[in-house]
Design a protein around this ligand. Sequence first.
Ligand SMILES: Cc1cc2nc3c(=O)[nH]c(=O)nc-3n(C[C@H](O)[C@H](O)[C@H](O)COP(=O)(O)OP(=O)(O)OC[C@H]3O[C@@H](n4cnc5c(N)ncnc54)[C@H](O)[C@@H]3O)c2cc1C
Length: 569
Amino acid sequence: MKVIIVGGVAGGASCAARLRRLDERAEILMVERGPYVSYANCGLPYHVGGVIEKESSLLVANEQTFRVQFAIDVRTRCEAIEISPKEKTVKLRDVATGEVKSESYDKLVLSPGAASVRPPLPGIDLPGIFHVRTVPDAREIREWIERGSAFLSGIHKYSGFQTLRPKTRSVVVGGGFIGLEMVENLIHRGFEVTLVEMLDQVLPMIDPEHARVVEAHLKRHGVRLALNDGVAGFKQAANSAIDVETKSGKTYPADVVILALGVRPDTTLAKQAGLKIGERGGIRVDEQMRTSDPDIFAVGDAVEVKDFVTGEWSLVALAGPANRQGRIAADVITGRKSRFRGTQGTSIIGLFGAAIAWTGVSEKTLNRMGDTDYEKIYLYPNSHAGYYPGAKPIALKVIFRKSDGRLLGAQALGEDGVDKRISALAAMLQMGATIYDLEEAELCYAPPFGSAKDPLNFAGMVAADVLRGDMPLSHWNSAKTGFLLDVREPMELAVENVPGALNIPLGQLRARLGELPHDREIHVICRSGQRAYYATRVLLQNGFKAKDVSGGMLSLAHNYLLDTEREGD
Ligand SMILES: Cc1cc2nc3c(=O)[nH]c(=O)nc-3n(C[C@H](O)[C@H](O)[C@H](O)COP(=O)(O)OP(=O)(O)OC[C@H]3O[C@@H](n4cnc5c(N)ncnc54)[C@H](O)[C@@H]3O)c2cc1C
């Protein structure tokens, strides 16, 4: 059997290596139009930022590794330009010489990835405007930055005050995860950074109230945010600088511009071969990664996948799914019954010492779909036992089905323990777990790592209390116009209070029930929702209609910002 694989990075290289492990006799040819195979594109922003200093660290394996260890014929700078499904041949062009050869296949695997979106804006091809997709892209950015502007050249060779390197200006266009990673890395290199984003939030995959916390974190680290404003064009300025002009009429001068406007599946070859393209613009495949032609498979960023939670077709450009799909295609080609389960879009991004991670569906998506059978909770547990030094709060939002408690999605932010919580939730979500399973999950614990009641158990308990009717829940958007009972201590109110809320500290509540109305819903608040829960239990058992405001004052901090004018840059 002869298998040709187009694209030699995440999906393609995984497929090739697995294929060899399963079939020692298969003839495997992997072609890659770029100069490298199997490189770590996820590490590119950190190479630009100087965190990963050596370019060679990004090269996970090379042609030689594939040849020697796996007996795979790897050809770099070799582009697949045409597929003939009828004849089962692929035309391959040598990028250096232009020479074209035809190769036959029994099975073909396409893993061509995605192309960075580069809209035809005026001035978009000016020098100094980059995107980050490949090792050569990162190298070009580094060379541009290190060359600097005229006034910088050679300055590091002088002594005294002249060795101070002045800040340089940069603009990152697009606030998705690659954009934010570039923001962090440019700040790391001493740049002033303006982030221009057309939407009214960064990280469009998470809900706006959690994005608000990310935005505040970005501002705290000196990032200038220009949200709700798209780029209109670019103009050449003095000293090889660029003026980035936005639709609202603002101009941001920059010495380097990074475009991080998202990616589009590369379907050039698939379209030419007449393969079915789906409604989201990716190659349509079945659960076994087979395209509309049974001898052609496709994997990675180029394909559409089923969203595990919503069942909708979606485009998810992530390394994990690409690797798994490459492996599945190899399994299926060699006669195994593997299938792809769909994706939950589980992701994480590090940002100035914090992490933001998410899995499954967002509330925004549920609202877009008109799905009202869900509830959400906000909680702020410590990353590990509070008495052990270094515990940090995690802002956690968990979304679950109202009707049966099934986990639907989660978003978390914090400086410690975010990754393992979202990873555990992602695994549970993929197994179809409910919040009752979360309540019972047995997770590892010692004081430096967690709590006897882990944040995830805690989330399960809170959610289960809600669904069992032990803790009726409300959220700030409805609570703020209702009767508010604040059960915090007066000292806490001196720092931050909610106008119009009646304050009865929890310890005095039983003695002061007479001050509360029986004919109105009472929305109970405290700092995080925990004391409010105790108070809600007291009130419910005394015949009041009480609800715990989820997340209390901590969720107010970011939920309220949704309704009010956001402070400027
Ligand atoms: C800067 C950056 C940071 C990222 N960070 C993360 C992260 O932290 N976490 C995460 O999960 N994901 C991350 N990703 C996404 C992840 O890298 C991709 O989802 C993954 O690489 C997709 O794998 P793929 O095989 O589909 O495509 P790719 O890995 O992009 O490989 C496709 C290859 O196919 C080649 N090719 C295309 N057409 C042809 C042709 N006709 N002939 C020959 N070769 C061809 C291309 O040159 C390319 O090298 C990041 C991506 C980038 C760019």
